[in-house]
Design a protein around this ligand. Structure first.
Ligand code: HEM
Length: 139
């Protein structure tokens, strides 16, 4: 089970790296002129990050996390329910970032760099709360 936990944490790190880096790419992408080489490079970076890293990492984190829930019989424990709701928010954020990525791909982004800077703080706050719940299990 320690192997499952080790790879759960590896997958979580890869997923978090993407959730933190993608909105940062959007901040810079906002300043790139539509149709410029720079803008096209950002599109490639965003697509590869989202599809090749974040998607598989999220799936792996979920599958291994659910195996850990099953093995530890954590269903119904308060810390686990709280962690579930926060991880669900992180998953919703993943989906929303995917919509923004698709809008950038079509050169139809309407949001400001400031909006993406604020969005960038959300995964950090969720991550801190989730790690505290997983490690300390305060309730
Ligand atoms: C995707 C859905 C997830 C599920 C179902 C899930 C579930 C679990 C379970 C059941 C454990 C084992 C707890 C134990 O045996 O003590 C665990 C460990 C852990 N999880 Fe998750 N998790 C998920 C996502 C995440 C995320 C997004 C993070 C961080 C942002 C995270 C961070 C951790 C950490 C740090 C541990 C190790 C805790 C320890 O051994 O003390 N997990 N997870």
């Amino acid at each position: 089970m320690l192997w499952v936990k080790a790879f759960h944490i590896v997958a979580v790190i890869a997923w978090m790296a993407g959730l933190l880096y993608l909105p940062r790419l959007f901040v810079y992408h906002c300043d790139a002129e539509t149709g410029s080489t720079q803008s096209e490079t950002f599109k490639t970076m965003e697509r590869r990050l989202y599809r090749a890293i974040m998607g598989p990492a999220m799936m792996t984190a979920w599958v291994l996390g659910l195996v850990l829930v099953y093995q530890g019989s954590y269903w119904g424990e308060t810390w686990m329910i709280a962690k579930f709701s926060l991880v669900a928010s992180l998953t919703a954020l993943h989906v929303v970032l995917g919509w923004h990525r698709a809008a950038f791909e079509r050169d139809e982004n309407r949001h400001s760099a400031r909006y993406f800077r604020i969005l960038n703080e959300v995964p950090t706050l969720l991550m801190i709360a989730i790690v505290i719940l997983a490690v300390i299990k305060p309730f």
